[in-house]
Each structure stands twice: as structure tokens, then as C-alpha cells.
Design a protein around this ligand. Structure first.
Ligand SMILES: Nc1ncnc2c1ncn2[C@@H]1O[C@H](COP(=O)(O)OP(=O)(O)OP(=O)(O)O)[C@@H](O)[C@H]1O
Length: 210
């Protein structure tokens, strides 16, 4: 069965978000299946971050419908299935990368065979595991946030400008994480103003403006 034959992981029908009764984006229609990557495209201010925040459960659906595996969308039930990495990295600055991961894993569990120590090595933070996050560089902070993608069992990744602040090796790391996630049956929505060099197949495209 190809991914497109299966029930979508996530489906949006006529989806929009309203601010002061005015649509910020939409109506949007798209479907994302397990094993698919979608690039969310649009100009500055077109609503890409707003869409990802809505899917992360941080904002309410304005109009239209969201479905998860063919059923109604309940953002509380989706908490462990969806992992959002935004401009704000969601890290506690006075805690170390290891402590941040421990808190996240306590809430959502871990992928089998993965530990905080192993994923921190994978993202290039060996030697910085116990340093308060506020003392890390911007790129190192981003890497500490990326470590969550490796450790937690979420199936849908929402990545807002995941390449920002990263050096060439960091950009390659994001691409590698995405390729492994998609190949393993995960799905991802990604915004990026730079080129995304994803080698795991042609990504879907979600255009934010009509
Ligand atoms: N907290 C907020 N309060 C009011 N309006 C907001 C807020 N955040 C965003 N907006 C507005 O919502 C619209 C969409 O913003 P959003 O950040 O989703 O766009 P974007 O496509 O991600 O932009 P960029 O490419 O610049 O990151 C913009 O017009 C913006 O001014």
C-alpha cells in the first residue's frame, strides 16, 4: 500500500485561524500521511508559524476541520504524538540539556533504545550535557532542542525554521533526522526560508496564500 492509499495521519479541511474575526490564513486543505514530509511555504507573515502553533495545540482552530488518523482532532490526546520545535525552543534556560530531556521524557516517554546521553552525543553536545542551556551558543541551544526529536516518540514533527542558527554540520544533521524519521514512518511539517535539501523523496508543499 502506498502512503496515499492509507488514511492520512493528519487532514485539514477548510482550515483557518482567525484573529479579531479576520483569517490569518486559510482556508487550507491538505493531507499528510505517515512517511511524508510537507514544506509549508509562504511569504513573511503569511501564517506558517501560526499554522504550526495551531497544530501543536497552542492555538484554537478558527474554522474548518482537523482530523487525526481519520478521527476527530483532540489536541490534549495528541500531546505525545506531536512535537513542535519553534522559534522559542521550549528549553528551560537554567537547566542543562540532560535535565531538559529528562523532563520531556518524563512527560512523553522515549523511543526504544534511546537515552538522553546517546541523543546528546548524536546532536554534537558531548561535553555540554550538564551545562546550563543559557551558557550554550545559539546553535548549541538549537541542537539541545533537536535532541528532543531523537529522544521522544512523537510521530508528527512540526519544525519552524529548523535550520536557523545551525552551521553546515547542523543543517546536515536536521536533514538526516528528517530522512530517518520519514523513512521510519514518521511525518513532518517544515517551514524554511532557505533551501531544504531533503533526499528522502519529493516533499509535499502546503502554500499559505491563495
Ligand atoms: N501574537 C500575535 N499577535 C497578533 N498578531 C500576530 C501574532 N503573531 C503573529 N501575528 C500576525 O499573524 C500573521 C501571521 O504570522 P506568522 O508568524 O504565522 O507568519 P509566518 O508566515 O510564520 O511569517 P515569517 O515567514 O515571517 O516567520 C502576521 O500578520 C503577524 O503579524
Amino acid at each position: 500500500m502506498t502512503p496515499t492509499d492509507a488514511i492520512p495521519l493528519l487532514q485539514a479541511r477548510g482550515l483557518s485561524f482567525l484573529r479579531a474575526d479576520e483569517p490569518v490564513f486559510g482556508p487550507l486543505d491538505f493531507a499528510l500521511h505517515a512517511g511524508e514530509l510537507a514544506l509549508v511555504e509562504g511569504d513573511n507573515g503569511s501564517g506558517k508559524t501560526t499554522l504550526l502553533r495551531l497544530l501543536a495545540g497552542l492555538l484554537h482552530v478558527g474554522e474548518g476541520e482537523l482530523r487525526w488518523r481519520g478521527r476527530g482532532w483532540n489536541r490534549d490526546e495528541r500531546a505525545g504524538d506531536v512535537l513542535f520545535l519553534g522559534h522559542q525552543l521550549g528549553l528551560k534556560m537554567d537547566m542543562s540539556p540532560r535535565e531538559n530531556l529528562r523532563i520531556a521524557a518524563g512527560l512523553h516517554g522515549t523511543r526504544s533504545g534511546r537515552t538522553a546521553a546517546s541523543v546528546l552525543i548524536q546532536v554534537g553536545l558531548a561535553g555540554y550535557e550538564d551545562e546550563p542551556v543559557r551558557r550554550l551558543s545559539a546553535g548549541q541551544k538549537k541542537r539541545a532542542a533537536l535532541a528532543r526529536l531523537l529522544l521522544l516518540p512523537a510521530v508528527l514533527w512540526l519544525l519552524d525554521e529548523p535550520y536557523a542558527n545551525l552551521d553546515r554540520a547542523g543543517i546536515a544533521l536536521v536533514n538526516q533526522l528528517l530522512e530517518e524519521h520519514i523513512a521510519g514512518g514518521g511525518a513532518a511539517l517544515v517551514t524554511s526560508h532557505g533551501a531544504v535539501s531533503f533526499h528522502g523523496g519529493e516533499p509535499k508543499r502546503i502554500r499559505m496564500h491563495g
